[in-house]
Ligand binder design. Sequence first.
Ligand code: ZN
Length: 136
Amino acid sequence: MLNKIDHLGIAVHSIDDSMDLYRDVFGLEFEGTEEVPDQGVRVAFFRLGESSLELLEPLDDKGPIARFLENHGEGLHHVACGTDDIEDARRRATEHDVRLLSDEPQDGAHNKLISFLHPKDTDGVLFEFTQRRSDD
Ligand code: ZN
């Protein structure tokens, strides 16, 4: 069961350059940055009620976010849905011929398990499932 919008992922060239907008203009609480080597990104989270905004800055010029920026420029990158059971969410997707982008859930920021779906199977939107680890 998916139970909330956990966060929206926004691709940016530089978290530092984008800081003003989210912290000062929008007045959101900055929750810090974290590197996620698996995804080739540095991320920054800003709390927005029950959800957050996740800024994604590429760690190098090869990863998926670097390619996204090259092809689309900065902008909305993915929608992350929270779940208590990521394996069940993944199973439901594959049962309905929605492809997953990884064979197993991966390590995300904030000690969470994450899994992306193939956007060609989901109306062109890149969806992420995310589950808090039980030892968290
Ligand atoms: Zn995300």
